[in-house]
Design a protein around this ligand. Sequence first.
Ligand code: SF4
Length: 531
Amino acid sequence: MLRIFKFDLTDPDHFVVTLELVPGREASGRAVDTVLGIARDTFSDGRVTAVSITDNPGGNPSLSPDVLGHEIFEIGMDVIVHFTCRDMNRVGMESRALQLAMMGMKNILALNGDYSGKGFGGQGAPVFDIDSVQLQIMLGMLSERINASGDPDGFFTGCAVSPFKRTEGECFAQYAKLCRKAAAGAQFIITQLGYDARKFKELLQIQKYMGIALPSLGSVYVLTPKTAEIINAGKVPGAVVTDALLRCVQTEWRDSASGRQATIERAARLAAVLKGLGYAGIHIGGIHRNFDMVGRILDRLSMIQDQWKEFLSDFDFPQPVGFYAFPSQSEEEPDAPVFGCDPPQPGRVERLRYALLRRVHDTFFDPRHPFGHISRRLCQRIDGKPASRLLMDLIEDIPKRLALDCQKCGDCGIQHVGFLCPESQCPKHIRNGACGGSSNGRCEVFPERPCVWVRAYGRLVNAGQTQQIIDGCIPPRLWELNKTSAWLNFHLRRDHQEASNEISRRCNITSCRFNQLAGCPSKSNGSREEF
Ligand code: SF4
């Protein structure tokens, strides 16, 4: 049955169902036939609005979602293409987007993507030239060009968010970036995978509190003991299966018939809870063999959906000492979130570094400050002179290398990340906020380090400056400035802040706001990070 994702999702009376399919590492044969078979049966059934196709999941090579999606699109099934920032630079990404538009596939889930996995001959180079917020803006600008050329349909773009983070800093970073994604033009939201109804509710409360009126689809994953174990071991970035849930699943699967039944029941009950909470739909994942399981989940959902409140306790799998943004679970207006009530406490060195860098920035890089003005005049005088390179090597490179592990990108972004370097400290070089891959406050790629956005939050919350990582959107780094002086580029208005006005203008205004320290409960309700 022909359904249009955009129409179904914007119809408030329609509870949308989407189905995630994962292409294999083959161009033909059983893996492709299986995915196409599921898509055909999905189309015949008619209850699923669109299938979404993953983009090199886990960072490992697989059949392109564009080509597989097109085959499915030809069947008549609407398709959402996952579009990550990992494997191509901005030139390749724009070209890919144009290709998708020409093929008529304009539903895009814009993602940073998992870190690079292994392909031909070893691990692939992680590109991450732009991030998912910048990708939203790029697709929005392309949509305008598509419209200008006579096609009224631009891209229909969505974003991902994880409410299932354990620590305050990670939760704040997720919601702050969600604000930027919405401001950058995202039109729908799909959640990461988790089994905590209170966290699912938290996302809707945050959306309401922050005025993010986008339809959200909650992830419903068909858990088997094997997938539960993999997720529990932290091998699927951002997804959460707690130890308690893993034990439940293992107990249920003592024999496969009852295991299957329990899995269907859990998925149907979670779908009912999501519908009851007010989600616009569900995004079903974990289907690899046939459509049968999806049909049975949807049959069961239609039977039990009105009893959703009875199932809330089935999804009570909190993470140990996990942070919740709302102290009460009232069904009325949400209280203020409790961010900043019991903030993470950076160590002394961390605090001193932040204070020093901030002072230097405010003194020498704010043109309203007399020294900022003098610095600008000085830069104008030395720019292009042979001695300037030597001077900059001495007074810029050495201190920045020592204080920030500066990579000399020439287009400094530390002021957007709590005075931490997004090039050396974030393996995905993100300038607009955290990716979804952190776990327990740690980086997805280097778990021995705290996520740079958790550190940034720790620095900013204690200085009362968290709004900085919510407002506006940060334009992409200008690669043409690589290995040049970032100080000269800043003062001579050559860097991203001046050169990309068209980009930054698109998301300068956002109504998102966390009223820090409002409504703090008397006791901490969550974890406290230290770094
Ligand atoms: S100039 Fe670039 S590499 Fe150096 S600290 Fe700034 S953001 Fe990092």
